[in-house]
Design a protein around this ligand. Structure first.
Ligand SMILES: C[S@@+](CC[C@H](N)C(=O)[O-])C[C@H]1O[C@@H](n2cnc3c(N)ncnc32)[C@H](O)[C@@H]1O
Length: 218
């Protein structure tokens, strides 16, 4: 079992996002824009409070932490909300071996242990907290208007993403930033009936575009 002790022996001095862990999710260039968002938010607050919905093995968390170190002089905190459990539907799992792999990783608690391992390597002074559970069960208990920046990258199915966006509006401070991942396609580029029929899925290929879309984003 890949518990924290084993990971500590394997990678004593560094985080690990390699192998079959699907550790680096999405386009790498987004890490540049995430840092830029922190730089922007830091202009109005010296120590930022970030909420991340959906952390996986902590790659985006480390990007936030490094940006806090850089732009907030080593101050700030990130609260990560994630169940670290399999979340793809049975229908989704049949479509792609990669989703099956991700579900297996989370089912064996490898994802959670990797998150704990990787987030040890944040710069000193940056605080990482996490709450393990679905956003629907956790966000309603967080303090309103308490985050400078909220990043949405959890379940991308329409109802879940909509819930996270509506909650983010309540939880963000006035003038704060709400951002997210996986808006590959605008709704205007898609057949709306197609989106409606598939809105319970996390991700799916759009037939006319030869690209994937996340229904909660589009
Ligand atoms: C695409 S991954 C996040 C990737 C991560 N932000 C990164 O860039 O490295 C989606 C994550 O959302 C989590 N998740 C799925 N459903 C969720 C929900 N309802 N609430 C919160 N997190 C959820 C999954 O467990 C998974 O870790």
């Amino acid at each position: 079992m890949a518990d924290r002790q084993l990971l500590q022996h394997l990678f004593p001095d560094r985080p690990y996002f390699g192998g079959a862990t699907a550790g680096i999710q999405g386009e790498r260039v987004r890490h540049f824009f995430m840092s830029a968002a922190v730089s922007l938010a830091a202009q109005s607050s010296p120590a930022l409070s970030i909420l991340e919905i959906g952390s996986w093995t902590g790659s985006s968390t480390l990007t936030w932490a490094q940006a806090l170190d850089r732009y907030c002089r080593d101050q700030g905190k990130v609260l990560c909300v994630d169940p670290w459990l399999p979340y793809f539907s049975a229908e989704q799992l049949q479509q792609d071996a990669n989703y099956q792999l991700m579900a297996t990783l989370s089912g064996l608690d490898i994802t959670y242990n990797l998150f704990l391992h990787n987030t040890q390597f944040v710069p000193q002074g940056v605080k990482i907290d996490h709450m393990r559970g679905l956003s629907v069960d956790i966000l309603p208990y967080l303090k309103e208007s308490s985050f400078d920046l909220i990043y949405i990258d959890g379940d991308h199915a329409y109802e879940s993403a909509l819930f996270d966006m509506l909650m983010a509006k309540k939880l963000v401070k006035p003038g704060g930033l709400i951002c997210g991942d996986d808006l590959e396609v605008q709704a205007s580029e898609c057949d709306l009936a197609f989106l409606e029929a598939n809105k319970a899925l996390d991700i799916l290929p759009v037939p006319n575009l030869k690209r994937n879309c996340h229904p909660g984003g589009a």
